[in-house]
Design a protein around this ligand. Structure first.
Ligand SMILES: [Zn+2]
Length: 305
């Protein structure tokens, strides 16, 4: 966990996460080698200074609200700004050295778009295609594992259908036309499906709720940057098995609290067919059921504040 050297707040961890996710993966190699996506070199940074540095180097009006006492360096960022300011901040901090891209690099992934069944969705499809090209390498970085070779080509097909939302089989994403027509704002669904391509879990690799929880964690917590309060919770003692955004909120809490790096770890074991429930205890210090109870009490405390 990356904590502030002045007040021990954990806001830096969140900043680092945003930073890590907005960079092109190529200069990083494989981020997953860093536990919890934190590099030791920046452990000694004070949250105030880090936030100030980001503000200064942006020049675009980054909005910061700093309160070093209550672990609330709140940064509201727009991705466009972040990308620029963090390039600068990265150099200053010496975490890494990379040159701003002068030429457009060749896309890491080729996305074969097929809207032939529903030509009226071509514009939406092209935007989704661009979103994948941009975010696929970042997500690959977050979900690396030993000997993993990410797919370099995938299909994105729009099916003329009134049923379902979307599904993914191997490297082929299929999206249902009616869903997109009814929910044109739901472009994040392709991030969820794209994560399934990256996961590449073999059959019977582990519980489905982890597969769907990881996909929604990367969609909602990483891509959309939703706060913990946005995620649903359930008093069910096994509520984490509901998958999707229910599990994703639990993962977000684990990542920012007792088990940084848990998502990358679960992913690696699912992919290698070595998943076991005790991974939660190894990473979080308590059995899964107890961690869930801690999570629920944290959510109750948040609501009563
Ligand atoms: Zn899914």
């Amino acid at each position: 966990m990356l904590t502030c050297s002045a007040c021990a707040c954990q806001s830096l961890h969140r900043l680092w996460r945003i930073w890590a996710n907005l960079q092109s993966p190529l200069p990083y190699g494989n981020l997953s080698k860093f536990s919890g996506l934190v590099v030791p070199e920046v452990r000694q940074v004070e949250c105030r200074k880090f936030a100030a540095l980001l503000t200064e180097s942006s020049g675009f009006g980054l909005i910061t609200r700093q309160n070093c006492e209550k672990s609330a360096v709140k940064i509201i960022l727009e991705e466009f700004f972040v990308r620029h300011l963090l390039l600068a901040a990265g150099c200053v901090l010496g975490v890494m050295a990379f040159a701003p891209a002068a030429d457009e690099p060749k896309p890491f992934i080729r996305v074969n778009l097929d809207t032939s069944e529903v030509p009226e969705l071509e514009t939406w499809g092209k935007e989704a295609q661009e979103l994948i090209v941009e975010w696929y390498p970042r997500m690959v970085n977050l979900l690396g594992s030993e000997n993993y070779q990410p797919a370099r080509e995938m299909g994105l097909k729009f099916r003329n259908s009134k049923e379902g939302v979307a599904h993914t089989i191997k490297d082929q994403i299929t999206v249902s036309s009616q869903w997109v027509k009814d929910h044109p704002e739901d472009v994040g669904l392709v991030i969820h499906e794209m994560v399934h391509v990256i996961q590449a879990y073999p059959p019977r690799s582990g519980p489905g709720w982890i597969t769907e929880g990881v996909a929604d964690y990367l969609r909602y917590a990483v891509y959309e940057g939703r706060p913990l309060s946005w995620f649903p919770s359930s008093a069910d003692p096994k509520g984490f098995t509901k998958g999707y955004n229910m599990t994703a909120g639990f993962f977000l809490w684990l990542e920012n609290g007792p088990a940084p790096g848990i998502v990358a770890k679960l992913n690696a074991h699912m992919r290698q067919g070595t998943y076991k429930e005790s991974l939660f205890e190894e990473a979080g210090g308590k059995p899964l059921l107890d961690l869930w109870q801690d999570y629920l009490s944290h959510r109750r405390q948040m609501r009563s504040r």
